[in-house]
Design a protein. Structure first.
Lengths: 446, 725
């Protein structure tokens, strides 16, 4: 059972505080903030204890969502509950940030009141909660479909002509304002997180894809949705289907509401989505990537005369030309211990729109690349002046860690063939399918 | 929190709340209330507005009502007299035709924590239990527990308890789970809600109707149930089977815990359950939520002590990624060390080698220590890596490598030559005291194999004045004397200087006393000191340590899926003891774990100390909780030895008869899990000289703790009699 729930901003401002059992005073909020900010980097902050009261928190959107308890309860229940709470805030308020929580605090209190009674979880289902919640969400900026300023446009397979901006799905699920534009929408996102380690000899040491299919539904009522996946999708190591290039995943699990009667033969998921966001399917693939990793690096590190280190990086993007454009592409070259306060950097980059700088706080050279089309090759030469450079220091350069997002691309090749709503929705409804590969950790050793 | 001009703000809000034109405008009225709640959240005391807020609660606006209930529940304990004014409105709402209004009013009425409220809420709660809307019944059931909590000394109403047991058959699943939760709290003194066979089967059959939260709670309640026979046990396990692979982590882990508990007598079933629950646990280890990932990793780390082989194939999942925070990476390194086997050792070491140059020094050092732990099994591969790390000439890396060397040399004597070669060619100086201690130890213990040892030690002796850490000084004293034994000619002069400095000028008493001790020993002659300092060394003929023995599943299963696993070993009791039974505020480190079979969860403690007078008073006041023979032979040792031995297991012997007298008596006490245990051990000649009779008194009573105490006492006596016979 949960004693208190509170939400703090990253600066420690109290945004939400609700006491369910009267077991502890409200000044523990400040105690918690003190403890969490004083904690050394290698100590786990997830569970902290103060005078018999346990604090369990999740950190999301720059906020601390904290639950306190005096009992020795299941940590998974509490953490999953807090994660569910943040997901619900996202659904109801459009986004999870200090600003949205501040503006919608009445709504969040109302939600908490229905979700927990005397510290026991009553319900967290959007369908049930929406009957009880009467406060209207205040969204931080008015939504407009034509607001295309934001970069990172996602393609939509079902609606060839139109493109949904990335911010389209971040608005409250319940809104009485009459913006008919985006009222009956449904978003299906296939999101994959890519973890890759490439050894110094160029060999792929570890590759791991964690993927999920998320549905965000704004339709007030939807009886059944059918999501058709690639028919040649095979699951597990042994099974192979179809003739062409098979799409394979190792393991998958489904939301409990998904009906799988047509999954075995036609790879169709049937679900009655409730309003808000839900993860319909999670899957993973280990070790055996169907295609080569998207980026390759050819590094050379040598010691110039005296205290100067020359690092030459050549990077190639192995994605099909033009179809995929990575966004937010950043390369971090870790210099770890060789970095001294007096280290200086000069660089030659292959095009003027890129930039690179030395970040002494995290001991990396950060190389930002705004455009990196498929098939292209980029290079950079870094000259690092390190006083007292020794031959051994060469061993300490690296690894290179890249972070990027690949819209319109999935590394497993999982695709959504079709998306059908039945019965057909009255009035105009829009269905969006978006693909995104996100680099969780893409590391290349030097 | 004092806010600038808070008084002004309060006055202004008070004016606004009582302004009739604002009261007439629903939206404006609600906005003022919103401002009050916002200030309340920020920590400002807005209780002076209570009167005005009570008036505002009479509104028909539901949103406003909810906000006001929140306000009232917060401040009712401060203003009980004013809160009574709101009761009428609340009671009226409890009879509203809309179930949502009824439920809301009832829930908040029960949340008003103030004295004397029970007489007002009793009737609505009882009516709520029979309400036709399930929403109201859910609230009313928990309302019973809240009511009990408000007046803990009042007697429990048997009729209510019966009604709650009856409501377990309610068609609404949340009402059912709430009944369990409420009964558990109300009957805490009697050991919580009773799970007998019909109830257990009823709960199991309805498990499917519950949402994941209800399922995980119900599974936890079922831990209490003891199946009658094997057939029933396997029926239950079959029913639960599907939940082992639930996509909700909390349900999967709660099911696994129940499996481990129920199948405690069937290790094969336990192993099977553990392998089937692997999927959900591994999925959580890769979850997008780092907190969930951490919790799962902590559980896997503990599981591995028993079933390391099951996870060995998945070792790559525990490779760290760049974006993970330090505490997750530390946890993963711990796990990697456990998973190493002949097939994956090369890849794991390569991976750990890459972490050694991490930006964070703590992580780099942890990776080096991890390599050192693997080195206890695969010493040659690891030594190569460790020696190459010295080449990086980074202070924190060198320090960690030296500490690893020290442990390796001690545990795997076959590494000594290679280590000595590496230490001999070491060029840099070390700054941190742990690294210095390790280096000095190595130089002292194996100085005969390191040619430069006297010169390095001499440097340390010469810079002794600048040394701050007394631990380094102590290590230096021992090492120098040891080196003197193996290489007297080179060391004698500097040892003399060192002893002189430590005896004459050193401010730290420990260092000075140690120096005096060595000085006196040296006066006794070289042979004596060689015998004392040489001590037992590890046997060089010992083979490679072939991994540690597997812990039984039962050693951690009772803590599975609890917060305890998220903390490092030993921290849990330390963390709790600050709060618990004796909140004297002192931090007790003297908590000893007695890991002994099924009672491993019990921790006894001697603090706070009990004086003989208060022991006597308690002994006379209390009733006997347990009398019985102790089935173990009497240790034929002196009572003083018995006293010392029992102190080790945190049991204090307060008084005992003279050694040879019969009947012989001893009085003991200990604290365990917030209870005080007093005991009398009687050795009576009438029933045979080895017969021991144990009489125990406990306050407050807890059978489980008492059993644990007996087990601890028994094992201590057994160990003692083994030693003396």
């Amino acid at each position: 059972m949960i004693s208190q729930v509170f939400i703090l901003s990253s600066k420690g401002d109290h945004l939400i505080y609700k006491d369910f059992r009267g077991e502890a005073k409200s000044d523990v909020v400040n105690v918690f903030y003190q403890m969490v900010t004083d904690l050394p980097a290698d100590q786990p902050p997830v569970l902290m204890t103060h005078e018999g009261l346990h604090f369990i928190h999740v950190r999301q959107g720059g906020l601390y969502c904290v639950a306190t308890t005096t009992a020795n309860v299941s940590p998974f229940t509490i953490i999953e509950f807090l994660n569910r709470l943040t997901a619900l805030i996202k659904d109801y308020c459009g986004s999870l940030s200090e600003k949205s929580v501040r503006m919608n605090f009445a709504l969040i209190y109302e939600m908490l009141d229905e979700m927990l009674d005397y510290g026991y979880i009553q319900t967290t289902s959007t369908d049930i909660l929406k009957n009880f919640i009467q406060t209207e969400a205040v969204s931080s900026k008015p939504f407009s479909l034509f607001d295309l300023r934001s970069v990172g446009l996602f393609g939509a397979e079902t609606q060839q002509s139109k493109v949904a901006p990335s911010a389209a799905a971040s608005r409250p699920i319940m809104s009485s304002r009459g913006d008919q534009e985006g009222k009956n929408e449904i978003f299906v996102d296939v999101v994959e997180c890519l973890t890759v380690v490439i050894g110094s000899n160029g060999v792929l040491m570890k590759a791991d894809i964690q993927g999920e299919i998320r549905v965000k539904c704004y339709l007030p009522s939807c009886s059944e949705m059918r999501i058709g996946l690639n028919e040649e999708l095979s699951i597990g190591k042994s099974q192979l289907r179809g003739y062409g290039a098979a799409v394979r995943i190792d393991e998958c699990s489904f939301h409990q509401a998904v009906r799988l009667d047509e999954f075995e033969s036609y790879r169709i998921l049937k679900i009655c989505p409730s309003q808000g966001e839900q993860t319909v399917m999670q899957y993973q693939l280990c070790d055996d990537l169907p295609s080569a990793p998207p980026f390759r690096l050819f590094p050379t590190v040598e010691r110039d005369s005296g205290d100067r280190l020359l690092i030459y990086l050549k990077m190639r993007c192995d994605l099909p030309p033009k179809s995929v454009v990575p966004s937010d592409f950043t390369t971090n070259l870790v210099l770890a211990c060789i970095l001294k306060p007096t280290t200086s950097l000069s660089q030659e980059l292959s095009s003027p729109d890129q930039s690179a700088e030395l970040q002494p706080s995290c001991k990396v050279i950060q190389w930002e690349i705004p455009r990196f089309p498929g098939g292209a090759q980029l290079s950079a030469l870094f000259k690092v002046e390190v006083p007292g450079l020794s031959a051994a220091s060469l061993l300490e350069v690296g690894p290179v860690c890249m972070s990027f997002e690949l819209p319109k691309h999935t590394c497993t090749g999982l695709q959504i063939r079709f998306l059908r709503l039945s019965p057909a929705q009255p009035g105009p409804s829009q269905r969006w399918v978006r693909y995104l590969t996100h680099s969780d950790s893409y590391t290349i050793r030097i | 929190m004092p806010y600038l001009g808070s008084e002004e703000t309060l006055k202004e809000l008070k004016r606004a709340l009582s302004n009739p034109s604002i009261q007439a405008d629903r939206l404006r009225y609600r906005n003022v209330v919103l401002r009050v709640i916002r200030l309340m959240t920020q920590g400002l005391d807005v209780s002076p507005l209570f009167m005005e807020m009570v008036k505002a609660s009479a509104s028909v606006d539901m949103v406003q009502k909810k906000l006001l209930y929140l306000y009232m529940c917060t401040y009712a304990p401060l203003k009980p007299d004013l809160a009574l004014l709101a009761i009428n409105t609340l009671r009226k709402d409890c009879a509203d035709s809309n179930p949502m209004v009824r439920g809301l009013a009832l829930r908040n009425m029960c949340n008003l924590r103030m004295p004397g409220i029970t007489e007002y809420i009793q009737q609505p709660v009882l009516a709520g239990l029979r309400d036709k809307a399930s929403y109201v019944r859910r609230v009313a059931v928990l309302g019973c527990a809240k009511m009990q909590n408000l007046q803990p000394e009042a007697e429990i109403d048997g009729a209510v308890v019966n009604e709650l047991y009856g409501l377990l058959r309610d068609p609404d699943p949340v009402v059912m789970v709430n009944c369990l939760r409420a009964l558990e709290e109300m009957l805490k003194a009697e050991g919580g809600v009773v799970i007998n066979k019909p109830i257990a089967h009823h709960l199991l059959n309805r498990l499917k109707e519950l949402d994941s939260w209800g399922q995980s709670d119900t599974l936890t309640f079922l831990l209490r149930y003891e199946p009658r026979d094997e057939a029933e046990l396997f029926d239950i396990l079959n029913l639960l089977d599907g939940h082992l692979q639930s996509s909700h982590g909390a349900v999967a882990t709660a099911t696994l815990r129940l499996f481990l508990r129920l199948a405690a007598a069937h290790p094969a079933v336990q192993a099977d359950a553990l392998s089937r629950a692997q999927g959900p646990l591994l999925a959580m280890c890769a979850s997008a939520s780092r907190e969930l990932r951490f919790a799962a990793l902590c559980h896997v780390r503990r599981l591995l002590r028993s079933v390391a082989t099951q996870y060995a194939a998945h070792y790559k999942r525990f490779f760290c990624s760049y974006s993970e925070p330090g505490y997750i990476r530390l946890c993963k390194m711990d796990i990697l060390v456990e998973l190493v086997n002949d097939e994956n050792v090369a890849l794991v070491l390569e991976e750990l080698r890459a972490y050694c140059t991490d930006v964070l020094p703590e992580l780099a050092q942890a990776a080096i220590f991890a390599i050192g732990r693997i080195g206890q099994m695969y010493s040659e591969r690891c030594l190569g890596i460790l020696v190459s790390l010295l080449g990086l000439r980074q202070e924190h890396i060198t320090s960690a490598v030296l500490q690893t060397f020290r442990d390796l040399v001690w545990l795997c004597p076959q590494c000594t030559t290679a280590v000595c070669r590496a230490v001999a060619s070491l060029e840099d100086s070390i700054q941190d005291s742990e690294g210095k201690q390790a280096l000095i130890w190595l130089l002292g213990a194996h100085g005969d194999k390191i040619s430069s040892a006297p010169y390095v030690l001499e440097d340390y002796i010469d810079s002794l004045k600048a040394e701050l850490s007394s631990l380094v000084k102590l290590e230096l004293l021992t090492a120098t004397v040891r080196l003197f034994l193996s290489r007297p000619a080179e060391t004698q002069d500097m040892m003399g200087r060192l002893l002189h400095y430590c005896i004459e000028e050193e401010g730290d008493m420990c260092v000075r006393d140690r120096a005096l001790l060595y000085y006196s020993l040296l006066l006794c002659g070289v042979e004596d000191i060689r015998r004392i300092l040489g001590g037992p060394t590890t046997d060089a003929s010992l083979g490679v340590i072939a991994g540690h023995s597997e812990e039984p599943v039962d050693s951690w299963a009772p803590h599975f899926n609890t917060l305890e696993l998220l903390l490092a070993r030993g921290c849990w009791n330390a963390a709790l003891s600050k709060g618990g039974f004796h909140s004297t505020g002192d931090f007790r480190l003297s908590v000893v774990h007695v890991r002994d079979g099924p009672h491993s969860s019990l921790s006894l403690s001697l603090e706070p100390a009990l004086s003989p007078e208060s022991f006597e008073r308690h002994w006379l006041e209390l009733d006997v909780s347990h009398v019985g023979p102790v089935t173990c032979p009497w240790p034929h040792c002196l009572p003083e030895a018995l006293q010392a031995a029992l102190q080790l297991v945190q049991i204090q012997v307060l008084a005992f008869s003279r050694p040879q007298s019969l009947p012989w008596k001893a009085y003991l006490y200990s604290h365990g899990d917030g209870t005080l245990i007093l005991a009398e051990v009687l050795r009576d000649s009438t029933q045979g000289a080895d017969h021991l009779q144990l009489t125990m008194k406990q306050v407050p009573r807890d059978k489980h703790v008492l059993q644990g105490f007996v087990a601890v006492l028994k094992s201590a006596l057994q160990a003692l009699s083994r030693d003396t016979s």
